[in-house]
Design a protein around this ligand. Structure first.
Ligand SMILES: Cc1cc2nc3c(=O)[nH]c(=O)nc-3n(C[C@H](O)[C@H](O)[C@H](O)COP(=O)(O)OP(=O)(O)OC[C@H]3O[C@@H](n4cnc5c(N)ncnc54)[C@H](O)[C@@H]3O)c2cc1C
Length: 496
C-alpha cells in the first residue's frame, strides 16, 4: 500500500490547500505578457486531469512553470480497474520522478492461455519456425504459459499490472505535493472546457468564462474538444465492432467461490490469464494491488458488438445477464467467474484514433488519448502519455520565451509522431490479426517489442534538448533537432 496517499485528490488538496473549487466561482482571467524577462515561468492551462494531464502538469511544474488543470469531473478519481504498464512506461514514470513502488506493481513473469471450452478444438496457433508456438488443446490439458522473464534483461523492467488509482495517485503527488520543488499545480474541478482558440491560447469553459494562457495543452481524452479546436476536420475515433465489459473481483471472494482455480490458490499473481473462446471472445484477467481493497482481479471480457456502434453510446451500464448470455457456452467454471461480476456492469465500445496530424496550432497542443487514443492490446496508452509529457518538459525549460511556443509545439509533434503513429498502426494491425494465421504476434515477438518497450526515454530524449532560445527565434536558419528520435520509425521497419 502507498504509505502516503488515500487515492483521493480531494483529501490531498485539502491538505495542500490547493483547491480552487468548481467553475461556479469566477476564476481570475490570465493575460499574456510579451514584455516579461526570459526567466518568467510560462502560464499553462492543462485541459483534463487524467493520466496524461497529470503527467504533463507534473512535468511542466518541474520546469518551474505555473500550471492550472481544468477537469470536467467533480472528483477527478479513476475507476479501480487495472492498467498494464510496460517497461518503457515504468521508465518514463521514474524519469518523471515517480516512485515505481508507489504504484504497487505486480510484475508479469508469464501469461497463460487457457481454452474457454473443455471440448474445444485447437484455438490458437503461432508459427513454430519463427515464434514460440502456443496451442490450446482439446479437453482438459493444462494451460499454456508464455514466458515473460526475459523482460528485465531485454527491456530493463518487467511489464507490471497496477490499479489505475495507484498510478493516478502517484501522478497527483508529483503535480500537487508540496514536497517537490516549485509551486504545486492547481486543479479546477467541474470545469468542462468547451473549446479553445489555439492561436490566442484562450480556453472557453462551459459557464462561458474565457481564460488566456501562454500555452494550452489538451489532455482531454479520446473525445477531445481541444483536438477539434485545433482542426475541426480531424477524424474522430473509429468504431471497431468490438466491445468490452470490465469489472473487478476481490481475491478472497474468488477463492471462496472458485476453489477450482488452482492458480489463484497458489498465489500466482505473476501475470494474466487469457481464456480464449475462438477468435472473437475472450476473458482477460490479472491481479492488481488495489490501495483500498488489497488484492483484486481486474477482468476484461471482450466480444463482438452486435449493436450499431456508430449510433450507440460509447459506455452503457447493463445487467450482468447481458454478459452471461453472450458467454453461455463457456465452460462452467468461467461462467461462475462471470457470475461474480456486480449485478450491473459497464460495457465499453472499443474505439481508437487513426494516426492524425497536426497535434498543435499556435499556442495549443494535444497529447495522450486526445492525440493518439489506441487499443489496449500493446499496453501503450499510458506509457505514450508519459513519454509525451517528458518531451514537453525537455522542450520547455525555464526561460522558454513565449514567442517560441508555436515552434516548440511543432517540434514536439515532429519528434513524437513517427514513434507514436507507428505504435498506433501496429496496434490496429495486431487487433485485426486473426489468431490462427502465421503472423508475427506482438506478445511473442522481441523484434516487434524491442523498439517499443526497449525505448529508454531519458537517453532517447536527451539529444532532443536545445537551448531555451531556439535558433529560429533568433532569426537563424531553422535546424531540425539532431535527435535520435528523428527517423525512429524508419530505423524500426518492423513497425510498418
Ligand atoms: C478501461 C480502459 C483500460 C485501459 N487499459 C490500459 C492498459 O492496460 N494499458 C495502457 O497503457 N493503457 C490503457 N488504457 C488507455 C490509458 O488509460 C490511456 O491511454 C491513458 O490513461 C491516457 O489517457 P488520457 O489521460 O489522455 O485520457 P483520459 O484518461 O480519458 O483522461 C481525460 C481526462 O480529461 C477530462 N476531460 C475530458 N473532456 C474534458 C473537457 N472538455 N474539459 C475538461 N476535462 C475534460 C476527463 O474527465 C478525464 O479526467 C485503458 C483505457 C481504458 C478506458
Amino acid at each position: 500500500m502507498s504509505a502516503r496517499d488515500d487515492g483521493s485528490l480531494q483529501g490531498r488538496a485539502e491538505v495542500l490547500g490547493l483547491f480552487l473549487g468548481s467553475c461556479g466561482n469566477t476564476l481570475p482571467a490570465l493575460t499574456i505578457s510579451f514584455m516579461t524577462s526570459s526567466s518568467d515561468p510560462l502560464r499553462v492551462a492543462v485541459v483534463g486531469g487524467g493520466i496524461a494531464g497529470l503527467a504533463v502538469s507534473a512535468a511542466l511544474r518541474q520546469q518551474g512553470h505555473v500550471v492550472e488543470i481544468f477537469e470536467a469531473s467533480d472528483t477527478n478519481n479513476e475507476p479501480g480497474f487495472g492498467i498494464a504498464i510496460p517497461p518503457n512506461g515504468i521508465k518514463a514514470l521514474e524519469a518523471l520522478q515517480g516512485q515505481r513502488g508507489n504504484i504497487l506493481p505486480v510484475e508479469w513473469k508469464q501469461v497463460q492461455f487457457e481454452s474457454s471450452h473443455r471440448t474445444s478444438d485447437l484455438v490458437y496457433y503461432i508459427d513454430t519456425e519463427q515464434y514460440q508456438a502456443v496451442f490450446v488443446y482439446r479437453g482438459d490439458k493444462p494451460p499454456v504459459s508464455f514466458n515473460m522473464e526475459y523482460y528485465p534483461s531485454a527491456f530493463g523492467q518487467y511489464l507490471a499490472g497496477c490499479s489505475r488509482i495507484s498510478l493516478h495517485s502517484e501522478l497527483k503527488h508529483l503535480a500537487f505535493s508540496d514536497q517537490h520543488e516549485h509551486p504545486p499545480c492547481i486543479i479546477h474541478l467541474s470545469c468542462f472546457t468547451l473549446s479553445c482558440d489555439p492561436d490566442q491560447g484562450t480556453i472557453t469553459l462551459k459557464d462561458g468564462q474565457k481564460l488566456q494562457f501562454d500555452l494550452v495543452i489538451g489532455a482531454d481524452g479520446i473525445k477531445s474538444r481541444i483536438r477539434r479546436s485545433i482542426n475541426p476536420t480531424l477524424p474522430g475515433p473509429s468504431a471497431t465492432g468490438i466491445c468490452a465489459f470490465r469489472f473487478t473481483i476481490g481475491k478472497t471472494k474468488l477463492l471462496e467461490c472458485l476453489p477450482e482455480l488452482e492458480w489463484i490458490k497458489k498465489d500466482e499473481l505473476a501475470g494474466p490469464r487469457v481464456l480464449l473462446g475462438g477468435r472473437s471472445r475472450n476473458i482477460f484477467m490479472y491481479a492488481i494491488n488495489c490501495p483500498e481493497r488489497g488484492e483484486v482481479f481486474s477482468v476484461t471480457v471482450r466480444c463482438k458488438d452486435k449493436r450499431d456502434q456508430t449510433i450507440s453510446k460509447w459506455r452503457v451500464d447493463v445487467p450482468r445477464e447481458t454478459m452471461l448470455t453472450l458467454f453461455h457456452d463457456f465452460d462452467t467454471k468461467w461462467q461462475k467467474l462471470l457470475n461474480l461480476a456486480p449485478p450491473v456492469i459497464s460495457l465499453w465500445q472499443l474505439r481508437a484514433l487513426e494516426p492524425i496530424q497536426p497535434w498543435s496550432r499556435g499556442k495549443t497542443c494535444i497529447l495522450g488519448d486526445a492525440a493518439h487514443a489506441m487499443f489496449q492490446n500493446l499496453d501503450q496508452g499510458a506509457a505514450q502519455s508519459l513519454e509525451d509529457a517528458l518531451l514537453l518538459r525537455t522542450l520547455l525549460p525555464p526561460g522558454t520565451p513565449k514567442s517560441a511556443i508555436p515552434e516548440i509545439l511543432k517540434r514536439f509533434e515532429n519528434i513524437r509522431q513517427p514513434r507514436v503513429h507507428s505504435i498506433q498502426k501496429l496496434s490496429i494491425k495486431q487487433l485485426l490479426l486473426p489468431v490462427t494465421v502465421k503472423n508475427p504476434n506482438y506478445l511473442r515477438s522481441p523484434e516487434l517489442q524491442t523498439p517499443i518497450m526497449g525505448y529508454d526515454v531519458v537517453n532517447e530524449l536527451s539529444p532532443c534538448q536545445f537551448s531555451s532560445i531556439p535558433e529560429e527565434i533568433e532569426g537563424r536558419k531553422t535546424v531540425a533537432p539532431a535527435s535520435s528520435c528523428d527517423g525512429w520509425a524508419e530505423q524500426n521497419p518492423v513497425l510498418h
